[in-house]
Design a protein around this ligand. Structure first.
Ligand code: ZN
Length: 70
């Protein structure tokens, strides 16, 4: 059943296909603390749900900003 909604594209997905920014805590860079601050500016919290595509988009933006910032 598609009962979870992506906050960005607003499409509905199965719960197991939904991701949160918490998965960035497993990436080496940027540090998760920095990542949380970054998403806070976008008004995105650890419990917001996103589909895989949208999270990938954010991942690219995140890495670009991180690279330009360091
Ligand atoms: Zn989405």
């Amino acid at each position: 059943m598609k009962n979870a909604q992506c906050k960005k594209c607003l499409n509905k997905f199965e719960e197991k296909k939904i991701f949160t920014i918490q998965q960035f805590q497993y990436t080496k860079e940027p540090p998760y603390k920095w990542t949380l601050e970054f998403f806070k500016l976008l008004e995105i919290g650890e419990w917001d749900s996103f589909c895989e595509n949208c999270l990938m988009d954010y991942s690219k933006i995140l890495n670009n900003v991180w690279k330009n910032d360091t």
